[in-house]
Design a protein around this ligand. Sequence first.
Ligand SMILES: NC(=O)c1ccc[n+]([C@@H]2O[C@H](COP(=O)([O-])OP(=O)(O)OC[C@H]3O[C@@H](n4cnc5c(N)ncnc54)[C@H](O)[C@@H]3O)[C@@H](O)[C@H]2O)c1
Ligand SMILES: O=C(O)[C@H](O)[C@@H](O)[C@H](O)[C@H](O)CO
Length: 264
Amino acid sequence: MSQPHSFDLTGRTAFVSGTSRGLGERFALTLAKAGADLIISSRTLASLKDMEKQVTDLGRKCLSVELDVRSMDSITAAVATAKSQVEKIDILVNNAGCNVRKPATEITWDDWNLVVDTNLRGTFFVAQQVAKEFMIPAGYGRIINIGSVTCVAGYAGLAPYGASRGGVKQMTMSLAHDWGKDGITVNVLAPGWFKTSQNRVMYEDAGWVEYLTERIPLGRPGAMDDLEGPLLFLAAEESRYVTGQLLLVDGGISVGATRALPKK
Ligand SMILES: NC(=O)c1ccc[n+]([C@@H]2O[C@H](COP(=O)([O-])OP(=O)(O)OC[C@H]3O[C@@H](n4cnc5c(N)ncnc54)[C@H](O)[C@@H]3O)[C@@H](O)[C@H]2O)c1
Ligand SMILES: O=C(O)[C@H](O)[C@@H](O)[C@H](O)[C@H](O)CO
């Protein structure tokens, strides 16, 4: 009989992109609390100082690297720096991302490129370099691509963002095939609506929060803690037979919250 599971990451090393704030910061700390050593990353190293201290205070090793996921040179340099300093990367969380929220008629060429290059192209090439340099040679890896409820649902004002997230979902399924035989699982962790600096402006509109909340079956927007268990599951040994999947952590909003009963 097997032992109860705990999603223990002791002895693992995790690389998280975009850890200067928001969900990425929380993902990195969650992995460290579960036992993993960390490589944290940002476009500006100075933004990682506080985070580095928090990780080392937990007793974990922490390497900070500069990474702009819109630049191939930056991606290869970040992975090369990691290669010179750590033996392995077992877990990759492709978190870096951005959004431009505008009516579809106002989206510019540059808006499109910013969002799709960051969220889709960046996610692919970070995964490619980490897989090639670390995971394929080691025969082990857990790649967690951050998606969104927009992987599966359409939202007005989010056309480039939705395109990038739909792409992340499809790309993840392909990579699961590409690297399954190398012992690597590739999955999408898809948050619903969580208040961070990316979307703070939306939460300043009480009418919109009410509109959103009414459409979430579990009756509230997400809290950061809600993502911890699902992240650890995908990062840990226990998810070894799960690959190419989309794990929505969205309070159920993706089911399509249309009421079919009159209001009493
Ligand atoms: N907050 C939500 O409700 C929500 C829901 C679904 C998915 N997401 C996704 O989760 C991720 C984290 O978002 P967040 O809400 O914490 O937003 P955030 O804006 O607070 O954090 C985004 C992070 O990505 C980094 N980043 C942006 N462009 C980058 C680049 N070119 N290179 C490297 N790093 C870059 C930022 O510096 C920051 O650290 C994003 O990919 C976002 O799209 C967020
Ligand atoms: O900037 C925004 O409009 C939001 O952060 C979106 O990204 C959503 O929260 C999320 O992606 C839905 O899952």
